[in-house]
Write a protein that binds this ligand. Structure first.
Ligand code: PMP
Length: 291
């Protein structure tokens, strides 16, 4: 696709979209980012994504170079310049240019980048048949170390688990926290269904509080499906009736195999299919218009 990238006030062609090697985001993963989607000319849950970006920035004492409303305007403008209706949008706030030391406050001004790209989705077949996952041996970062609540530029914890998944030929890995409870996947939240109840790990499990996760909980409650946010161990994955993952890019993706255990009857379950359908309806009705 024709692609223009916003960097600190200017639009650059993809090939010329470059950030300094002295940027703390590059040197130390010092920054925060978002993954947003546009559907049919509308940006889904823009406010929620920008709120989360700003919360992360506040937590790491990073002063965004633009006010919140301006950031939203820039995101919409970048979509417009790229002439897209359906897209994946990646805003990035990094600490900016400083010296080689760790002190973040020596960087004078944070950098803000917006990349608009084609969708990176799982293949259609996965939505029809479900996908296999593994439980990674890499433990999710502790809430008191590198809190998964912050969508920081340091994704090495997820990448270590993703390597485990790719090495055994599956697309995603479920991660447990230090206490052995299920937390989330490398880039998606997780839900299980047991006896008609939808269960998902709470924020204390060490998760990114996914915007898709929140939307799915709202959909379930609206339709009278009971939802529990509670801790559960790995064994509950193996005996679940249904499992699905949620994320902005993935939407709602059925999981039919965990560590070679067949989930339910080996096909996407009824509740999973219902939630996916309702989620897709919502993404096509709500959102901030680009044009
Ligand atoms: N967990 C992690 C680790 C993620 O990176 C993401 C986003 N890709 C999610 C969960 C899902 O969050 P959201 O629904 O807001 O995209």
């Amino acid at each position: 696709m024709r692609s223009k990238v916003f960097i600190n006030g200017e639009f650059y062609d993809r090939e010329d979209a470059k950030i300094s090697v002295f940027d703390k985001g590059f040197l130390y993963g010092d920054g925060v980012f978002e993954g947003i989607r546009a559907y049919d000319g509308k940006i889904f849950k823009l406010d929620e994504h920008v709120d989360r970006l700003f919360e992360g920035a506040r937590a790491i004492m990073l002063e965004p170079p633009y006010a919140k409303e301006e950031i939203k305007r820039i995101i919409i403008e970048t979509c417009r310049i790229n002439d897209v209706k359906d897209a994946y949008i990646r805003p990035v706030l990094s600490r900016g240019i400083g010296d080689l030391g760790l002190n973040p406050f020596l960087a004078k001004r944070a950098s803000f980048v917006v990349i608009v790209d084609n969708l990176v989705m799982y293949p259609q077949e996965i939505y029809e048949k479900g996908m296999p996952v593994i439980v990674a041996s890499t433990v999710r970062s502790s809430l008191n170390a590198l809190p998964p609540v912050i969508k920081s530029l340091n994704y090495l914890n997820s990448i270590l688990a993703k390597i485990e998944a790719v090495n055994v030929g599956v697309p995603e890995a479920v991660m447990l926290n230090e206490s052995g409870f299920v937390s989330e996947c490398t880039g998606d939240n997780i839900f299980i269904v047991r006896k008609g109840v939808l269960i998902t790990p709470p924020r204390e499990a060490g998760i990114l509080e996914g915007i898709t996760r929140k939307t799915v909980i709202e959909i379930a409650k609206k339709h009278g499906i009971p939802v529990e946010e509670r801790l559960f161990p790995k064994i509950d994955l193996y005996i679940a009736d249904e499992i699905f993952l949620t994320g902005t890019g993935a939407e709602v993706v059925p999981v039919t195999n965990v560590d070679k255990r067949i989930i339910g009857n080996g096909e996407p379950g009824k509740i999973t299919k219902f939630i996916l359908e309702e989620y897709r309806k919502l993404t096509r009705t709500e959102g901030n218009p680009i044009y």
